[in-house]
Design a protein around this ligand. Structure first.
Ligand code: ADP
Ligand code: UDP
Length: 244
């Protein structure tokens, strides 16, 4: 079937991977996300993935206790490598070809990221998992996802998170918040809607990449959106919007 998007980057929340455990990796959750990615591949969509590290470590946790932020961020980036290796294992287990490309060189564990190698693998139909964030402290995996999406020429950035879209306020704090079906990058930033960090949204906007915010907890949600249905908010500029 024809999908609206041919090549996408999926940003999967690190926190989602811990399931109900409160920390670390619940393999059944990783397996489920792998099945959702497999469905996208079966639709013919080329998929790059960025996984967060919040289920293991966030740099700000070190800084907030008076520690060194840069070291904390290095630890956070290593956490994303752990999650990426877990996802690769789950994908390979179900017969989906997948490679991990890390922004931080660790050749014994995985290949290093280069735009050329990533594009080659994607053209071959392999799922490319971008590990190590941007490779720089003071950034987030949201920014890494926007950056990789721009580098590989993705048609859309899918942010799979804890909530099912962009709301007028944080829905976890304000039960009266309402969900947008569509909103522009500009309005998300102007209204300070904190579903994704501003650097990531700005990068996506500059490169005309729509962001699809959806719940990573909903099995089949990713595929449903790719097929033109599903439950999400589409962040795109007016000029990009589908006239239908
Ligand atoms: N206006 C908003 N619309 C939707 N979610 C929001 C909004 N403001 C804050 N949030 C919060 O942002 C969170 C997602 O951001 P983030 O912490 O980066 O998650 P992730 O773990 O997916 O990286 C959601 O869980 C939600 O509670
Ligand atoms: O380019 C990057 C990406 C991530 N991180 C670090 O890795 C942690 C985990 O990433 P993130 O918080 O984005 O994960 P998520 O919220 O998606 O689980 C961050 O807190 C940062 O400490 C970083 O320093 N640079």
């Amino acid at each position: 079937m024809t999908t609206r998007y041919r090549r996408v980057v999926l940003k999967a929340s690190g926190e989602a991977l811990m399931g109900s455990q409160g920390f670390g990796i619940d393999v059944s959750v990783v397996d489920r996300i792998a099945r959702d990615i497999a469905e996208a591949r079966s639709l013919g969509v080329e998929v790059g993935v960025v996984i967060g590290g919040g289920n293991i470590f966030r740099g700000v946790a070190v800084a907030s206790k008076g520690g060194d932020r840069v070291t904390g961020d290095h630890m956070g980036m290593l956490a994303t490598v752990i999650n990426s290796l877990a996802l690769r294992t789950s994908l390979v287990k179900i017969g989906v070809e997948a490679v991990v490309l890390s922004a931080i060189a660790m050749p014994e564990l995985c290949e290093s990221f280069s735009q050329r190698q990533a594009t080659t693998y994607m053209n071959q139909g392999k799922v490319v998992i971008f590990a190590g964030g941007t490779g720089n402290p003071f950034f987030t995996t949201d920014s890494a996802a926007a950056l990789r999406a721009a580098e590989i020429g993705a048609d859309a950035l899918f942010k799979g998170t804890q909530v099912d879209g962009v709301y007028s306020a944080d829905p976890k704090k304000d039960p009266a918040a309402t969900r947008y079906e569509r909103i522009s990058h500009q309005q998300v930033m102007a209204d300070g809607l904190a579903v994704m960090d501003t650097a990531a949204i700005a990068l996506a906007r500059e490169n005309h990449i729509p962001i699809i915010v959806f719940s990573i907890h909903e099995e089949g949600g990713f595929g449903a959106i790719l097929k033109g249905g599903g439950h999400c908010t589409v962040v795109e500029d007016a000029a990009q919007a589908d006239p239908h």
